[in-house]
Write a protein that binds this ligand. Structure first.
Ligand SMILES: Cc1ncc(COP(=O)(O)O)c(C=O)c1O
Length: 475
């Protein structure tokens, strides 16, 4: 189903950044009675999600890598979304899970995900988390020597050796080291591998990296610089050994990626004083002027995404053969840890308009009953247009203004981009933040002021009556 353009009419950026919508989202947006029923039952703000796109994203990724005849295990990075429904779907599809905390590991094991399909990449691992991984058969990705020492201590006891991976850093691209605070320097790996192979309690099953950003070229150099290490430390290539290339598979949030360039050009014009501001207080959101500074948001318009990005890596030719062929020759089982890209199309966040007023400068302020941590990741700005589902009854005059949230600070804006409401905006209208399942709904959500967290419900495509409250909220 193509998305009817009418759903974008009631609210859009003064310079639009129109979101890519899944059909289930567009259908719901045109069914105000259903949205009202969901809010009556589960409250607002509300995270509405669907597993259908998640399953599709997984099969597209696994189908793509299957073309290369490589053993492959994607491990869903569940830090990107806390819901148990994704864990259950990943378990049922036979993929793995990348976990980042004690609770995440414990919940995955309780959901019946086999330990050998769970990796723990938590940034800080204490004794209790190590013990949980050891007892659950979870692969521990070690980041530093203190962790190795702790695991050596915790691992004494169980009959089976504990599965271990080493996180790497220090890759070089064009003579420059890729910075990371995580992992061991490549040069230390042979000695660490020796230490692990001399331990009766630990077993080195693979190597891992997770790189900042989304560059396929960075991943290519990292793979090519890891391969000689693997040959050095894994002399028996018949024993399964993994190379886990982490997450960062990019995705595209915009319907028309060209809108980003147009938006940035208008931002530059506004910063230069050549047009009216398109952001709060004419804030550059990290951008200083034309060509200088970067907007602090996820890059919402990317041309090389998902399977094409993976193919770009695997098809790259080095020393006369492709990266995929190098991996096959070394009998490596490829792993990756996608979070955001597997959640593409899986969620929206819904909230009520509570008031409409003017600030001391006379600008319209639209008060929305949710806070900015409920649609925000590590980036400062949500660079995508929210949509609006109007309440019944007469409309007001057209306005342009800013969306404010529930926290009591002057900085509490749901987006600092100026929104246009051609048919006005009033109490009872619903704001919809699109494509929020990956990081945006949970990564930073906070309970400041003791507001309850948004609940999480799942719907299915093509059945407007079905709804299921996620197990994470039923705890
Ligand atoms: C170790 C590790 N793996 C995987 C991911 C998931 O990355 P993404 O959601 O960009 O795919 C992250 C994200 O921070 C990470 O730190």
């Amino acid at each position: 189903m193509t998305t009817p353009q009418s759903i974008f009419s009631p609210c859009h950026g003064v310079v639009p950044l129109r979101p890519r919508m899944e059909s289930w989202m567009a259908e719901l947006m045109q069914n105000r009675p259903r949205l009202d029923a969901l809010i009556d039952q589960f409250g607002a703000p509300l995270n509405i999600q669907s597993l259908d796109p998640f399953r599709r994203n997984i099969s597209q990724l696994t189908d793509c890598v299957a073309d290369y005849d490589l053993p492959f295990l994607p491990m869903f990075a569940r830090k990107a979304n806390k819901c148990l429904s994704y864990v259950q779907a990943a378990r049922d599809l036979g993929i793995g899970i990348d976990t980042a905390s004690h609770n995440e590991v414990e919940q995955c094991l309780a959901q019946g995900v086999p330990g050998n399909r769970i990796v723990c990449t938590a940034a800080v691992k204490d004794r209790a988390l190590m013990a949980l991984c050891v007892n659950g058969g979870v692969t521990v990705i070690l980041d530093n020597e203190d962790e190795l020492e702790l695991l050596e201590d915790v691992a004494i006891g169980p009959a089976k050796p504990v599965s271990v991976g080493l996180r790497l850093n220090g890759f070089e691209r064009d003579g420059t080291k890729l910075y990371s605070r995580f992992g061991f320097p490549l040069t230390e790996v042979p000695a660490l591998a020796d230490r692990i192979s001399n331990s009766e309690h630990l077993r080195l099953d693979g190597l891992h990296f997770h790189l900042n950003g989304y560059s396929p070229e960075d991943r290519i150099v990292a793979i090519l610089q890891t391969l000689p290490l693997i040959r050095k430390i894994n002399d028996d290539s018949t024993v399964p050994f993994f190379l886990d290339i982490g997450g960062g598979i990019p995705m595209n949030y915009l319907d028309d990626a060209a809108e980003w360039d147009a938006w940035e050009a208008e931002l530059d014009r506004a910063l230069a004083g050549d047009r009216a501001p398109i952001t709060q207080h004419n804030d550059g959101l990290g951008r200083k002027s034309e060509g200088a500074g970067k907007v602090d948001s996820y890059p919402v318009a990317q041309s090389l995404v998902k399977e094409d990005w993976m193919r770009c890596i695997l098809d790259h030719v080095a020393d006369g053969q492709t990266v995929a062929a190098h991996l096959r020759d070394a009998h490596i089982s490829l792993r990756c840890e996608p979070g955001r890209s597997l959640l593409d199309g899986c969620g929206i966040t819904l909230a009520r308009v509570a008031f409409c007023k003017r600030d001391s400068a006379g600008s319209p302020v639209i008060g929305v009953q949710m806070n900015r941590t409920q649609s925000r990741s590590g980036f400062a700005e949500f660079a995508l247009d929210p949509l609006m589902v109007p309440a019944a009854g007469p409309r007001k005059e057209a306005i342009e203004g800013y969306l404010a949230g529930t926290y009591c600070t002057e900085s509490e804006w749901l987006t600092r981009r100026k929104m246009s409401f051609p048919e006005g905006v009033k109490v009872g209208d619903l704001m919809v933040f699109p494509n929020t399942a990956g990081y945006l709904m949970h990564f930073l959500e906070s309970r400041s002021h003791q507001f309850p967290l948004a609940q999480n419900v799942f719907v299915i495509e093509g059945d407007t009556e079905y709804v299921d409250l996620d197990g994470i909220d039923a705890r």
